[in-house]
Design a protein around this ligand. Structure first.
Ligand code: CMP
Length: 160
């Protein structure tokens, strides 16, 4: 086996190990500015904890323009990007890290579809979101992004 192949093999093994050790019991959420403005913080947190999620980090904070542009960089070519950044920076949000078995998927089920018009009855977006753009809550879409997004908002010592 050539040296190059040995390195490729080691890298593959390392990547597989990283994936297999990534935790699957945490997700990241934001109660977006519309939720805070309308006084929904308590009701939404009650839905979240009532569904079995434990809050392991939480704060009221406000994203700067550069925070929002970085956080949503994956959407920066989309026509709604400017509107999204304006919305997410216009007032405080509640950022939180949540713990539960199968956290990412279970939380996405709890919040419902991105567009509240398509969200299932009883989901947070069906109950509290106004529109596709102003959709009340964020939920990470993968274990990897949950980790990245949690670290974007919290120092290690703020996560319990
Ligand atoms: P979320 O899925 O949490 O993260 C990306 C956000 O972009 C999404 O919530 C909405 O707030 C916003 N978004 C997605 N699609 C649209 C759209 N078609 N028009 C306006 N905003 C959108």
């Amino acid at each position: 086996m050539g040296l190059h192949l040995i390195f490729v093999n080691l890298n593959t093994t390392f990547a597989a190990k990283l994936t297999s050790t990534m935790r699957t019991d945490r997700t990241f959420t934001m109660l977006k500015p519309d939720s805070v403005e309308k006084g929904y913080i308590g009701a939404i947190l009650e839905k979240i904890t009532g569904a079995g999620f434990k809050i392991v980090a939480m704060k009221l904070t406000q994203m700067t323009q550069s925070d929002a542009e970085t956080f949503y960089a994956v959407h920066n070519e989309r026509p709604f990007f400017g509107e999204l950044v304006e919305y997410m920076t216009r007032g405080p949000i509640v950022a939180a890290v949540l713990e539960k078995e199968n956290a990412v998927q279970d939380f996405r089920t709890l919040i419902g579809a991105t567009n509240p018009a398509d969200a299932a009855e009883g989901t947070i977006r069906k109950m509290y979101a106004a529109s596709m753009g102003e959709n009340a809550v964020h939920g990470s879409d993968s274990d990897e992004n949950a980790e990245i997004e949690s670290q974007f908002h919290f120092a290690g010592r703020e996560i319990f």
